[in-house]
Design a protein around this ligand. Structure first.
Ligand code: HEC
Ligand code: HEC
Length: 241
């Protein structure tokens, strides 16, 4: 810890959190025994540029753009993503360097830390959720496009987009991030998911549809109400019924 030229805001937060969170005397006495929290705010073996909080935010909520929410992610899912980044099955230059630098134990600790972090996003206003331009995304999300072999997203990610176990949450992620992942699968920049379901789904979706379903999924705050195709969308999509 010596040799740091000055205290960055993130490091100050680290100190504050560390002081509040370290109840185990062994951890307090041994500065080299990195906890998941310490790695999150210091980068651990990945060094200061690997501090997760820099890009994923101090609460792990992401940057509303291409850095996703990692707070509350299922640990098994998050661990597998770190493996994928390290192996290149999922391509991202910075996450590659960071994942490579962390050993298995550090990955376990930091993903356990984030799995336990509470998260919450505000509900999108109902008028936004039911806006006509979200309806095509909503229809794909809840019903899929059977003619193109696209299963409904809800069947795996949940009608509330909260996900479960290996099916990650889409709620609480940004539109640009979700759309970027679908594009990455379509172009094989991301692969290695079980059964290649996301690869075939993403390839079957027109780029406009990827954008639309990403926007709809991002509008779901999770768990509150969005259990089916919104009423307005039903009317828009099936006039006469
Ligand atoms: C320099 C910025 C940066 C830093 C530092 C960083 N990340 Fe990331 N992380 C990203 C970006 C950007 C993505 C999205 C990559 C993509 O599009 O595939 C990502 C993706 C992830 C994902 C995948 C999430 C999902 O929903 O699939 C996990 C897990 C993750 N990071 C964990 C971490 C951990 C743990 C740390 C600290 C040890 C960390 N990241 C540090 C930028 C960063
Ligand atoms: C058969 C189950 C299944 C279906 C259907 C499905 N998904 Fe997925 N999805 C998954 C799994 C499993 C993963 C995680 C893959 C991995 O481990 O890399 C995933 C990951 C994702 C991710 C990346 C999340 C992140 O945090 O990086 C996005 C975005 C996504 N799915 C969107 C969709 C959309 C949109 C649809 C509907 C058009 C859909 N999925 C349908 C199973 C499914």
């Amino acid at each position: 810890m010596t040799g740091l030229p000055s205290l960055s805001p993130a490091f100050a937060v680290l100190l504050a959190l560390g002081a509040a969170g370290c109840t185990d005397p062994a951890i307090v006495q041994d500065p080299f025994e990195a906890t998941g929290e310490l790695i999150a705010f210091s980068g651990g073996e990945a060094g200061a540029t690997g501090a997760c909080s820099t890009c994923h935010g101090t609460q792990g909520m992401g940057d509303s753009n291409l850095a996703p929410r990692i707070a509350g992610l299922d640990q098994g899912y998050a661990l597998r993503q770190l493996e994928h980044f390290a192996s290149g099955a999922r391509q991202h230059p910075q996450m590659y360097t960071i994942a490579k630098a962390l050993d298995g134990e550090a990955r376990e600790k930091v993903t356990a830390y984030y799995a336990a972090v509470d998260w919450a996003v505000a509900d999108a206003p109902p008028q936004l959720r039911e806006a006509a331009d979200l309806c095509s995304g909503a229809a794909i999300y809840h019903e899929g496009i059977p003619a193109q072999g696209v299963a409904s997203c809800a069947s795996c990610h949940g009608a509330d987009a909260l996900g479960n176990a290996g099916n990650p949450p889409l709620a609480g992620q940004s539109t640009p991030y979700l759309a970027h992942q679908l594009d990455a699968w379509a172009s094989s920049e991301r692969y290695g998911d079980a059964g290649a379901a996301m690869t075939s789904i993403s390839r079957a979706l027109h780029p406009d549809d990827r954008q639309a379903v990403a926007a709809y999924a991002a509008s779901l705050a999770g768990g509150r109400g969005d259990r089916a195709l919104p009423e307005t969308c039903l009317r828009t999509r099936r006039p006469g019924r």
